[in-house]
Design a protein around this ligand. Structure first.
Ligand code: 523
Length: 132
């Protein structure tokens, strides 16, 4: 079983979403950015690395958000609360990045614009935005 870790990066009560450019079945949909944890790598180290590669920023990492989601191919997806420490996000590997409010996130989920696994966390993400 491999782990994929994703960042719920929050600033000013908005959540950062990144638009996938591949594979075809999810290209164009929005996700919490992240990627696969390498063998022997700590989850938080993997998340810092993936976010630096994908968005050219450094993040701080907090608690887990939502329940783990089982993906296909023996992959398990987890999310962590995060915040920017240095830099402004740039879409290096994604098509675009955007900041959304809780209301906008809900509308995107209802419109089917989120990656399916991430849509499972809608209530958790809305709650996180309410706390921050
Ligand atoms: N997800 C997903 N949601 C989400 C992420 C970051 C990833 O559902 N927020 C899924 C998509 C893929 C798998 O997790 O099925 C791996 O994500 P990916 O492709 O972003 O991870 P990488 O870049 O580490 O893996 P490779 O593309 O294989 O290099």
């Amino acid at each position: 079983m491999k782990t994929v870790v994703a960042a719920a990066i929050v600033r000013d009560q908005k959540l950062l979403l990144a638009q996938r450019s591949y594979p075809d079945d999810v290209a164009g949909l929005w996700e919490l950015p992240g990627g696969k944890v390498e063998d022997g790598e700590a989850v938080s180290v993997a998340l810092e690395r993936e976010i630096a590669e994908e968005l050219s920023v450094r993040i701080g990492i907090g608690r887990g958000v939502g329940e783990p989601v089982v993906l296909r191919d023996n992959l398990i997806l987890v999310a962590r609360h995060a915040w920017l420490v240095e830099g402004e996000p740039v879409a290096v590997e994604h098509s675009a990045v955007t900041w959304v409010s809780a209301g906008e996130l809900g509308a995107m989920a209802r419109a089917g614009e989120l990656v399916p696994a991430d849509a499972v966390w809608l209530d958790d993400l809305v709650a996180l935005l309410g706390e921050s």
